[in-house]
Design a protein around this ligand. Structure first.
Ligand code: SF4
Length: 342
């Protein structure tokens, strides 16, 4: 029998002053046009070191809350670099592929089953920001997004053979979904799979902190499983006061609040940048967890950092800061039974 840990909402959770309609309105106002964003930063395309791709098949999408943390007039801003659709994404590069983790071999309906005792749910194909290095930028979401019915059938078939310790809601970003759909998916997971832990992978609290509403916290706190939230921050500048406040609201609703980052050339590939990030996460009550090498997805060639450089950076961090603030450097190898520590 599985451990069941009621995770009722603590009265210590600070109240949010935003609601469902305010974050949706904010999302509707996100930048979908590169020139508009550059203009608001006091830049033009001529200021950029490289040309923009005006016809990228991977859409441009950036919430204003995230842009508000970019430095006006700086074409090399580390947050801006993560979202600009450069023409260079089209470069031929034999190292790169559309399906770098060979997930097409592991996806069945809405479930991606790679590791023992865990399964990942493709909760949605949508995100609130489109990160240019995303390893699922070419994922065929329309064939795999979870309806409650498909999720129930997929989980039932899996647990018939072996129990699941953890179910991970990912995507896309599961917190793009409205709270009722999210609650519905969590209910199916708990009823059918009864895992010890329900984990969410989300960048939403970082790029649109107003999404961390009381209603979302109710969904998390209502879970009978231990809720684990893994946010995604790559640079210390991504955490401003609003993000701090959102993470503070989130923390009491989680059994663990972790961060995963991607090692990105020109964004965070130095010990100084990653140490600043780890301290900022620490101040926000978030545990640094993984530092991923960029997966070799098409369009990400300009972000790639090799493993040797990654090891040097981690070694420098280990020399200069407490071990609990040094993330684990990992690479994901298709078909491997776990992530590969480096
Ligand atoms: S938020 Fe995550 S899933 Fe969405 S584009 Fe960025 S890296 Fe990809």
């Amino acid at each position: 029998m599985r451990e069941s840990s009621p995770n009722h909402r603590s009265s210590a959770i600070p109240r949010s002053d935003t609601n469902d309609s305010s974050w949706r309105n904010e999302l509707r106002g996100a930048y979908r046009d590169v020139d508009a964003l550059l203009d608001d930063l006091g830049l033009t395309q001529a200021d950029l070191p490289e040309p923009i791709d005006p016809k990228s098949s991977f859409a441009f999408l950036v919430p204003r809350a995230f842009v508000s943390r970019m430095k006006p007039g700086d074409p090399g801003d580390p947050l801006l670099m993560q979202v600009l659709p450069l023409l260079r994404e089209r470069d031929d590069d034999a190292r790169l592929t559309g399906d770098p983790l060979e997930e097409s071999s592991f996806v069945h309906g809405p479930l991606i089953s790679k590791y023992q005792g865990r399964v990942l749910v493709v909760a949605t194909g949508a995100c609130m920001v489109n990160c240019r290095y995303c390893f699922r930028r070419s994922f065929p979401y329309s064939n795999h997004v979870a309806s409650p019915e498909a999720l129930e059938a997929g989980l039932a078939a899996l647990v018939e053979h072996s129990p699941l310790e953890e179910v991970i809601l990912s995507g896309g970003d599961p917190w793009v979904l409205d709270d009722s759909r999210l609650a519905e998916l969590v209910e199916v997971v708990e009823r059918v799979a009864a895992p010890r832990s329900v984990r969410f992978h989300t960048r939403v609290p970082i790029v649109l902190p107003s999404r961390v509403t009381d209603a979302l916290l109710e969904v998390l706190s209502g879970s009978r499983c231990g809720v684990v939230v893994v946010v995604h921050v790559n640079h210390a500048n991504e955490i401003d006061d609003d993000v701090m406040a959102a993470l503070a609201r989130l923390k009491p609703a989680c059994r663990a609040l972790l961060n995963q980052s991607v090692l990105l050339r020109g964004v965070n590939d130095s010990a100084a940048a990653l140490m600043a990030l780890s301290w900022r996460l620490h101040e926000a009550g978030v545990q640094p967890y993984y530092l991923h090498l960029t997966d070799p997805v098409e369009g990400s060639g300009h972000f790639q950092v090799d493993a040797e450089r990654g090891r040097d950076v981690i070694a420098e961090m280990a020399r200069q800061m407490p071990g609990y603030l040094v993330p684990r450097l990992v690479r994901e190898d298709p078909g491997a039974e776990s992530k590969t520590p480096l």
